[in-house]
Design a protein around this ligand. Structure first.
Ligand code: SAM
Length: 243
């Protein structure tokens, strides 16, 4: 890629997250379908719809992993546009690259290993940035959000798709039970990796809720920040603009 590579921070969380995603990369897509009963596809479709992405645009799919969003954006922006699939983890990027190439998606997608906290792109560069199920893993969220704001064009938008807090207490309890008891067992059975899915459950519980994330985005400088809950607030899609 023409953006070059960035050396990966050796901080503890970074290496822990690295380990988790090294170990889940190969089974990542299957596990997503199983764990979410396929619903992650709807959450992602909603994200694409809210992006208002158009032909010819430049789009960053940050923490893009195995490239579900990048694949769809590639088709929308067409040959005059550009999609950058950026991820801190080389194994996830490699699975994404192979998958997209197998789908025949070549030409307008670049693959960049990068930390969301220090994006190696010019100022005012992208029309749209998405980060799906990625912000939760980032150590310094404020730093990452400011970095995203910097590389976004004025008028551009950021979409953050992330686990959030279920609106109903009953759903909250059921979901907690699912995350801490069922999910790690499934991770053990399907991916032979109970620990990574234990980490997933913990990272979901620690992640800021809807209003807290909205405030974080505003504090980092995003304007007109709003969000919509999906699946009862299990997931929320936050949107913010750069003016
Ligand atoms: N966006 C994809 C999706 O929705 O299927 C992948 C989500 S996956 C749960 C989270 C991704 O975030 C992993 O690929 C991981 O390597 C990446 N990641 C974690 N910390 C990151 C950071 N600081 N900068 C960039 N990517 C990061």
């Amino acid at each position: 890629t023409h953006f070059g590579y960035q050396t990966v921070d050796k901080e503890k969380k970074v290496s822990l997250v690295g380990g988790v995603f090294d170990s889940v990369a190969a089974k990542y897509d299957v596990m997503n379908d199983v764990m979410s009963f396929g619903i992650h596809r709807l959450w992602k479709r909603q994200t694409i719809d809210s992006s208002a992405a158009r032909k010819g645009q430049r789009i960053l799919d940050l923490a893009g992993g195995t490239g579900d969003l990048a694949a769809r954006f590639s088709r929308i922006v067409g040959p005059e546009g550009q999609v950058v699939l950026a991820d801190i983890n080389a194994s996830m990027l490699e699975v994404g690259r192979t998958k997209l190439q197998d789908m025949g998606i070549v030409g307008n997608v670049d693959y960049v290993q990068a930390n969301a906290e220090e994006l190696p792109f010019p100022d005012d560069h992208f029309d749209v940035i998405t980060i799906a199920f990625g912000l939760r893993n980032v150590t310094d969220k404020d730093k990452a959000l400011r970095s995203m704001l910097r590389v976004l064009k004025p008028g551009g938008r950021l979409l953050v798709l992330e686990f959030s807090k279920p609106e109903q207490e009953l759903l909250n309890q059921a979901y907690d039970f699912y995350s801490f008891n069922i999910l790690p067992q499934m991770g053990g059975l399907i991916a032979n990796d109970k620990e990574s899915y234990q980490y997933l459950a913990e990272s979901i519980r620690m992640h800021p809720d809807q209003e807290t994330l909205k405030n974080l985005m505003q504090a980092a400088g995003f304007e007109n920040v709003d969000y919509q809950n999906m699946t009862g607030g299990i997931v929320a899609l936050h949107r913010g603009f750069k003016f």
